[in-house]
Design a protein around this ligand. Structure first.
Ligand code: AMP
Length: 285
């Protein structure tokens, strides 16, 4: 496995390997877990044994708000590299901040429809940071395919839109949410949870599952479902709800009445740790 930390070296590597084989990119912020690694498996499946799987590890400062956990975010590069190597990744690009952003950087990429609600509503500027860094990583690494997790449902939708609207010649592949045995969606941020919070956190997935059953059993009121989820979280955990939204899976517009497919997305604070999860339901009829 090749590790590249220098941006100029990456550019040179990509130049020298241009057009040789299919390349699939898996962008991450590191502190890798099975969720990330499943995306690397999908990347491999997409490009085949002859193709190249490239992972990036970069805690991107521009997608963190001023009071968020940028400084505290776990950085465990050696462990991450071992996991990538064991998973058959060919190249890891792990740049320094200075290799990605000039001190006086003044251009950014923004999305103005899909990124307004949900996490975009509570994390102003977050998706500008995501779009900007992903666009830069696409330009630097020149992949044919890029793989993103459905755990960050809105992020996946925003990236698909950016690729469409800016004509990046890249196929975007979504990977299903990988969960712990008790249903908690894997996240690098789970490491912040106290023992008690970790016991409570699987309620998020359980209540999303129960809500999906209610919808399948005929409950069509988004407000009623949202209330059910909120009560379940507030009664069973110390979590503080950031948002619970039921949206159209494609447009991410809030639904009043659940007629066809719907995505329920939520964010909940356990102490300072903000966890997200989602489920998409296809209602019969
Ligand atoms: P992050 O390191 O949190 O920026 O995540 C990097 C990529 O891994 C993103 O595309 C995430 O959606 C994806 N990811 C994170 N957690 C999971 C998970 N539990 N299951 C599937 N994909 C995930």
């Amino acid at each position: 496995m090749k590790l590249i930390t220098d941006t100029a070296e990456l550019v040179e590597y990509v130049r020298q390997n241009r057009g040789v084989r299919l390349r699939a990119l898996v962008p991450t912020m590191g502190a890798l877990h099975e969720g990330h690694l499943s995306l690397m498996d999908q990347a491999r499946a997409a490009v085949g044994a002859d193709g190249e799987v490239m992972a990036t590890i970069f805690v991107n400062p521009t997608q963190f708000g001023p009071n968020e956990d940028f400084d505290a975010y776990p950085r465990v590069l050696d462990a991450d590299l071992a996991l990538c190597e064991a998973r058959g990744v060919d190249v890891v690009f792990a740049p320094e901040k200075s290799g990605m952003y000039a001190d006086d950087a003044s251009v950014k990429v923004g999305e103005s429809q899909l990124s307004l609600g949900l996490c975009g509503g509570s994390r102003p500027g977050h998706f500008d940071g995501v779009c900007t860094v992903v666009a830069k990583l696409f330009n630097l690494t020149q992949p044919d395919i890029a793989v993103f997790g459905e755990k960050d449902y809105q992020q996946l939708a925003v990236i698909r839109r950016m690729v469409r609207d800016l004509n990046f010649p890249i196929q975007i592949v979504g990977g299903p949410i990988v969960r712990e045995m008790d249903g908690l969606a894997m996240s690098s941020r789970n490491a912040y949870l106290t023992t008690d919070q970790r016991v409570e956190a699987p309620v998020l997935q359980r209540t999303l599952h129960e809500a999906s059953l209610e919808i399948q059993n005929g409950e069509a009121s988004a407000a009623a479902i949202e209330k059910m989820i909120r009560q379940s979280i507030e009664q069973q955990t110390t979590g503080v709800v950031d948002y619970i939204e039921i949206v159209d899976p494609d447009t991410l517009q809030p639904l009043v009445s659940i007629v066809g497919s719907a995505t329920i997305a939520l964010a909940v604070f356990f102490g300072k740790t903000r966890l997200i999860d989602n489920i998409t339901i296809k209602k019969p009829g």
